[in-house]
Write a protein that binds this ligand. Structure first.
Ligand SMILES: Nc1ncnc2c1ncn2[C@@H]1O[C@H](COP(=O)(O)OP(=O)(O)O)[C@@H](O)[C@H]1O
Ligand SMILES: [Mg+2]
Length: 333
């Protein structure tokens, strides 16, 4: 049995928008599975279907073995759901928030105290449990949100963009907590993110989702390996003969794929050191000057680019592959 299994799951909103388009996934028991995609890709819509808050238009979904439509109550007993936006009450203390959550989840009264103690300890909020949430930092609030989702010991935990908008240090800390929770409790985790590094660091397997459609599903390592060993990125002075340059590069042996976003050309190759000089030889032939070139190892950014034809930019100043590349870039005079 899978922790999550969907078959051709689709959601068409009333305005006709197909937010989720024939999504079929299988999430094994105990794994951390990620949905990686840009804003508007359909991640939250999928999570809302899986957590029974929204009915699918077509297709089926099972969570912990139960059908999300026909056995919604059973599904709700098995899952924890931490929404994209914080749901904690500002004016209550951390502990009071969890007590409220425990009541909403119908947790047996005599269990509540111990559960809350245990979970506060797990997310390192014991010291601050009697402070009102007003006084909490963004990272503390998120930890409290996650704690709320754990109270009834779910078999499957859903985290919708768990580190959205948090600064990079706080994001790293949240990752540590997610890993710790995963290790400590015997549970599967389904998370959504548009941070490459988050998917890379946390997930056993990911699906890349764009415009409601799954582009590819695999482990981050396999996805990166499939692109070959090397990524060559270069900038050119004018794109007048871009097409002829690209078609010439395609003919070079060891080139697996080429993408361009207008400013840069990205070449995926099994041996960058051999391909790079050939690109240099070619460019004057088609009248193009290479302004800069770099050779790097594939990242999930490159995987995303290769499957969607565009880059997944991080608007919150976190991991940004282009900046990384700028650092490594070798200027040729
Ligand atoms: N209630 C709604 N009615 C109509 N369209 C919606 C509704 N909710 C979301 N959408 C649209 O569906 C698409 C997917 O949204 P969402 O699932 O929130 O994406 P993500 O979580 O990946 O950012 C977006 O284009 C969004 O604008
Ligand atoms: Mg969302």
């Amino acid at each position: 049995m899978y922790a999550i299994e969907t078959k051709s799951l689709s959601k068409i909103y009333e305005n006709g928008l197909k937010a989720v388009d024939e999504v079929s996934i299988k999430v094994d028991d105990g794994e951390i599975f990620g949905f990686l995609g840009p804003n508007g890709a359909g991640k939250s819509t999928t999570i809302m279907i899986l957590t029974t808050l929204l009915k699918p238009t077509l297709g089926t979904a099972h969570v912990a073995g139960y059908d999300v439509v026909l056995q919604a109550k059973k599904v709700r007993e098995m899952i924890g759901y931490v929404q994209q936006d914080s749901t904690v009450d500002e004016y209550l203390t951390g502990r009071e928030n969890l007590e409220l959550q425990a009541r909403l989840n119908h947790i047996q009264k005599d269990l509540v105290k111990n559960r809350i103690d245990e979970i506060l300890n797990l997310v390192d909020l014991s010291d601050r449990q009697h402070d009102s949430v007003n006084a909490y930092s963004g990272g503390m609030r998120k930890r409290l949100d996650i704690a709320g989702g754990l109270l009834h010991r779910p078999k499957v935990l859903f985290l919708d963009e768990p580190t959205l908008g948090l600064d990079i240090q706080t994001r790293y800390k949240i990752w540590e907590y997610i890993k710790k929770i995963h290790k400590e409790y015997d549970m599967s985790i389904f998370l959504t993110t548009h941070y490459m590094e988050e998917a890379d660091r946390l997930c056993n397997n990911i699906s890349i989702i764009d415009h409601g459609k799954i582009k590819v599903t695999n482990s981050p390592v396999s996805l990166k390996n499939a692109l070959g060993n090397d990524v060559i990125v270069f900038e050119i002075d004018s794109d007048a003969n871009l097409e002829s340059l690209i078609s010439e590069i395609q003919k070079i042996q060891l080139v697996k794929d080429i993408k361009t976003n207008g400013e840069e050309i990205t070449v995926f190759s099994t041996n960058g050191n051999q391909v790079m000089p050939k690109i240099f030889e070619l460019s004057p032939k088609v009248g193009i000057k290479i302004e800069s070139i770099s050779l790097t190892k594939p990242t999930l950014d490159d995987v995303f680019l290769s499957y969607t034809g565009k880059e997944l930019r991080d608007e919150n100043g976190g991991y940004n592959n282009k900046k990384e590349r700028e650092k490594m870039r070798r200027l040729r005079a």
